[in-house]
Design a binder for this molecule. Structure first.
Ligand code: GLP
Length: 290
């Protein structure tokens, strides 16, 4: 796993938004896996800004959200469909027919979970999966003791998750006790995973997820198996990492991060950040190589 530590929540968010926008510019048909939660609100706000100011185009991309509360229809103000519509979808030019969340109000939840897995497969799988981390160490709603090979299914929410998310419900006791979530195995199938965590309250669980032993009690530890996973943290969330200096050293020395190191505005000649692929070609030309 790559670990990138940025000075604060704003710069960490910016880097994540830049990675997403670059992937989307490189592949307008990108299949994005999306997450919810407070942390992601700033990412979506920045993507909306990029759409408005820089013409970031969502018109042919597809999105699949990680999860949805059981019992909430998409029209419910506490549903994740509502969250996504208002934080992102209705503010960019995505085709709403290409945006997917599990249907929390489905009569047959098991069939709905199977349908969701099938739909992801039919779209060719997720290219870039955006992830937050809950205080219970979950990805999506893969609560402690979730199988690390699980697929989309229904899960009972843990007391820690309930305590974390209840304040977002009005009234709090209306928060459903269960959710449909992509499984850990579903998440690990994504071609790239991008986890964002900010704030001191995440420091302990982030350290356990990144540096601790792999365990189903913390589903985020499964990311240690993923061949292309980047965890982006602010200094506060990185506060308990043992090897923070090592991760900083890698970030400073890894060529693929060159155009990200000094913030978002390190444009190439065309006004966009230089793509690593093109850089390699340019270097080859300068050196007289093929
Ligand atoms: C919810 C989502 C998770 C997300 C978590 C983080 O529980 N199901 O996918 O990682 O929120 O929440 P926050 O960003 O508010 O800490």
């Amino acid at each position: 796993m790559e670990v990138v530590i940025r000075p604060n929540a704003e710069t960490a968010t910016e880097l994540v938004a830049q990675v997403i926008s670059r992937e989307l510019r490189d592949n307008p048909r990108l299949v994005m896996g999306l997450a919810t939660g407070r942390t992601m609100e700033a990412v979506y706000a920045r993507l909306v800004q990029m759409h408005r100011r820089e013409g970031l185009d969502f018109s042919v991309c597809h999105t699949f959200n990680l999860d949805e509360y059981v019992g909430l229809a998409g029209s419910h103000r506490n549903s994740y469909r509502h969250y996504m519509n208002h934080n992102l979808f209705l503010n960019v030019n995505v085709d709403l027919r290409n945006t997917h969340l599990p249907d929390g109000a489905a009569a047959d939840i098991e069939a709905e979970c199977e349908r969701y897995e099938r739909l992801i497969a039919e779209c060719g799988g997720v290219d870039l999966q955006l992830l937050g981390i809950g205080l219970a160490g979950h990805l999506g709603f893969n609560e402690p003791a979730s199988s690390l090979r699980s697929r989309t299914r229904i899960k009972v929410l843990s007391p820690v998750t309930r305590a974390q998310n209840e304040p977002l419900f009005v009234p709090p006791h209306e928060m459903p006790r269960r959710a449909i979530t992509m499984g850990v195995g579903t998440i690990l199938d994504a071609r790239r995973c991008l986890l964002l965590a900010t704030g001191e309250d995440k420091a302990e669980i982030v350290a356990r997820a990144i540096e601790g032993p792999v365990t189903s009690m913390i589903s985020a530890t499964a990311l240690q198996f993923h061949p292309h996973c980047t965890a982006v943290l602010d200094e506060a969330a990185a506060g308990r990492l043992q090897e923070a200096d090592y991760y900083r050293w890698i970030f400073e020395n890894e060529p693929q991060w060159q155009s990200y190191r000094n913030g978002s505005n390190s444009p190439g000649l065309d006004g966009h950040p230089v793509k690593p692929r093109r850089r390699k070609k340019e270097i080859a030309t300068v050196l007289g190589g093929a």
